[in-house]
Design a protein around this ligand. Sequence first.
Ligand code: 5MM
Length: 341
Amino acid sequence: MNLTELNRIATAMVAPGKGILAADESSGTIKKRFDAIGVESTETNRRDYREMLFRSKEAMSQYISGVILYDETIWQDAKDGTPLIRLIEETGAIPGIKVDEGTQALPMCPGELVTVGLDKLAERLQKYYERGARFAKWRAVIDIGSAIPSMTAISVNAHALARYAALCQAAQIVPIVEPEVLMDGDHDIDQCYEVTQRVLNTTFQELRVQRVALEGMVLKPNMAISGKKCAKQASVEEVAEKTVRLLKACVPAAVPGIAFLSGGQSDEEATAHLNAMHKLGPLPWSLTFSYGRALQAAPQKAWSGKAENVAAGQRAFSHRARMNGLASKGEWQSSLEQKAA
Ligand code: 5MM
């Protein structure tokens, strides 16, 4: 393992002003997204949509440091025969790959999930590296509800995340470690804080046990935030203050960067929260975005599966990427959203 090179890639993934495009929706998830805009989820439509994103020159060259791909996409060619992964490389962004194989019910723990995909992972990583992937992603899902999460769910998911991260580094691939505490429930921000703290502490304990080099990874956490169904929604300032406090308590400074998931926040909330955290600096690590929905909802709507809307889709994507790029430096203002509208 060449740790200097892993650290170089990890640092580039979280460079100031840039963040990661999570375009790794599995077939079921992209179908849901396409259903919402009335587009059939065929291989060609998925290709055309992602090609539109990767050919968005302004967004990709100025604000996107890396793209997380799904297995289908990494092997797919653009309409003119250029591999999609080459389009990404040509913009200067780094290609990455989702390597988990989704979740399964966790035995003895009703309502809880464990992420799977460790079998044959070493061989898969080697093929992805040869294709050009320089980082990977594995997402664990922790839900908050009555009597959950159990210590069992936190512990087995942290163990799998660390096993994945060690295998990635041995294959010279930077692991994005994503333990997501869902924001779907009616819990308040303090419950989210407390659960996320347990999850992050257990995850870093496992990473240490399994000898993962913290300098060669990126953390992708949720923010400390109110559950969507909670009657009392925390303000932008409270989310920023509690998230920064939580991360300072749990994430060693050796980690080069933290790239948040958006988790179901609105586009503008996700941007405002990231921006507000930068007002609380200096911070021990780079802090940026690795958004899926909060970067793609607008371009999906603008595109709606029509070739004549490609330019509009690219404008919508570039706008969100620029807003989040500014937020990653604490330079975003809500008036910039209104101007664009
Ligand atoms: C883009 O969505 C990713 C894939 O999800 P599935 O495996 O469920 O299809 C997802 O892992 C995503 O990378 C993260 O959750 C961040 O995306 P959001 O939308 O939360 O920013």
